[in-house]
Write a protein that binds this ligand. Structure first.
Ligand SMILES: Cc1cc2nc3c(=O)[nH]c(=O)nc-3n(C[C@H](O)[C@H](O)[C@H](O)COP(=O)(O)OP(=O)(O)OC[C@H]3O[C@@H](n4cnc5c(N)ncnc54)[C@H](O)[C@@H]3O)c2cc1C
Length: 456
């Protein structure tokens, strides 16, 4: 028997023990929708080979996931079509269940007499609830692998971190050990399909075919496209990242967040490519700070703060100051619809909103300004939070992500930030305005660029 790879094993934890069936190991693929560089799939294969079992990958498709739009589904399904093709070459079957995991998986697992169930880690509430329900309703052992973070979220910290400065030393202590190259998946030579011939593989297609007909947008989906975009960024964009990332008029950011969000790209692969590049550390460190520390801080926030998308999740000082300014007079108040249509008095904000709707992505610096103005122009912080989350999740291709919930909570509720000079409406929450943007970049040029692409 082959020796187990401990680098794979240490990213996995057992959610519940159970009774192993005679059928295959099942990987319920959810957050990390790729074949290469996927620790959850690697663990599932290692377990299957150790027990001489088949391996099958299952995706559970539901039509209304956290407000995602048809463009997001189309992006995801194109990626999944690539996953299926790639798995086929490795002799690993892929099954798409058009049911929520709690409805579809128990029946599927029973039907194929599954050996164990493996899931990829996700700190969002809906995923934790699904997993908890599955842990109750299935008989097989359930394992969870963090295939999204470099250091698994539960290893880097066992509590909600106050800010980046408290998480950073914890990650840095472990990073040299965890930031490794990633082993490859093997062709899976143990078959299982004879056990499940009667399973209706073709039971899906209605939802998928209608969503796949949505026109492919600006972002081309799938792990091949994602890895190519990562290579281009590391070889041509990384050197200028520190200097240009806060300027929306130049392409200073990597633009990789949709790929990271859907798991088409592994953050560890990207961090590994960056760390192996010949550039000096001054060029690499600012990018690694965002990709590793800030991103893992968002996962930490959502994992340990059950109210990550409500005011109850804000730090005490922020709740107190927002309370004190709850009834301050707002100079402008807009409805969700007015905001959604980019119909405020401020041209820059409207341009941001149009940019977001048009391109499915807003520049990181502008995201901060955009969310802060929502706090200023809605009746109260609760309404602001709801509007910002709704719009971010509805229009951002990378929305519905811990980074989104942490980002909005930072902008509106001071999460991971500190108290600033007190002012109306914001209290001690950090303030941003158009004048500040004008000091950072050419606002008129940005606005013109948004409307010129809108007309094109
Ligand atoms: C109000 C608000 C909403 C946000 N919503 C989202 C969202 O829905 N999805 C999302 O992925 N990010 C979100 N962010 C965080 C950040 O703005 C984006 O991750 C970044 O702009 C994505 O573009 P990029 O990949 O080109 O970033 P780059 O600057 O190239 O960074 C590379 C990667 O590092 C990570 N990263 C960068 N900045 C941050 C940050 N501030 N916090 C956490 N991780 C970071 C991301 O994974 C990003 O893809 C939000 C921030 C704010 C203030």
């Amino acid at each position: 028997m082959e020796r187990r790879n401990t680098d794979i094993d240490r990213r996995c934890r057992c959610v519940r023990n159970g009774q192993r069936g005679q059928g295959p190991v099942v990987y319920w693929i959810s957050r990390d929708q790729r074949v290469d560089d996927n620790w959850a799939l690697l663990w599932a294969q290692q377990e299957a080979l150790a027990q001489h079992k088949g391996l099958v990958v299952v995706f559970s498709l539901i039509p209304d996931y956290l407000g995602a739009a048809s463009d997001h589904y189309a992006f995801m399904l194109r990626g999944l079509a690539g996953v299926q093709k790639k798995l086929q070459k490795l002799q690993i079957p892929f099954v798409l269940l058009e049911q929520s995991p709690v409805e579809g998986l128990p029946h599927f697992l029973r039907h194929i007499d599954a050996h164990v169930l493996v899931s990829d880690f996700d700190p969002l509430r809906i995923k934790r609830q699904w997993q908890a329900q599955l842990a109750k309703s299935v008989k097989v052992p359930l394992y969870e692998v963090d295939a999204h973070n470099i250091v698994p979220a539960w290893i880097v910290s066992d509590k909600k971190e106050y800010a980046a400065y408290t998480l950073r030393p914890k990650i840095n202590r472990l990073l040299d050990d965890y930031l490794t190259d990633i082993p490859s998946l093997k062709k899976h030579l143990v078959d299982w399909r004879q056990d499940a011939e009667s399973y209706d593989w073709a039971a899906y297609s209605g939802l998928t075919s209608s969503l796949l007909s949505v026109e492919e947008g600006k972002f081309k989906a799938g792990e091949a496209k994602a890895n190519f975009a990562a290579e281009v960024f590391v070889s041509t964009g990384l050197a200028e990242y520190a200097a240009c990332r806060n300027n929306p008029c130049v392409k200073g950011q990597s633009g990789l967040s949709p790929y990271l969000h859907f798991g088409h790209l592994s953050a560890q692969r990207l961090a590994w490519m960056v760390s192996e590049s010949d550039l000096p550390m001054e060029s690499k460190a600012p990018f690694l700070e965002e990709l590793v520390v800030r991103r893992e801080l968002s996962d930490n926030f959502c994992l340990y703060e059950p109210s990550y998308d409500s005011i109850a999740g804000f730090p005490e000082w922020a709740r107190k100051t927002l309370d004190q300014h709850w009834y301050d007079k707002r100079d402008y108040i807009y409805t969700l619809q007015e905001l959604e249509q980019g119909k405020t008095h401020e041209q820059l904000w409207n341009a941001c909103q149009v940019d977001l709707v048009q391109n499915g992505k807003l520049h990181g610096y502008l995201r901060m300004y955009w969310a802060k103005k929502i706090l200023e122009w809605t009746p109260d912080p609760e309404a602001a939070l709801e509007c910002a989350i709704t719009l971010n999740d509805r229009y951002s291709l990378d929305g519905r992500d811990p980074n989104g919930y942490a980002g909005v909570a930072w902008a509106i509720g001071g999460v991971h930030d500190r108290a600033w000079r007190e002012r109306s409406v914001f209290g001690k929450i950090r303030y941003m305005n158009e004048a500040g943007c004008r000091r950072k970049f050419d606002v008129n040029r940005y606005i013109a660029s948004v409307y010129s692409t809108e007309q094109a």
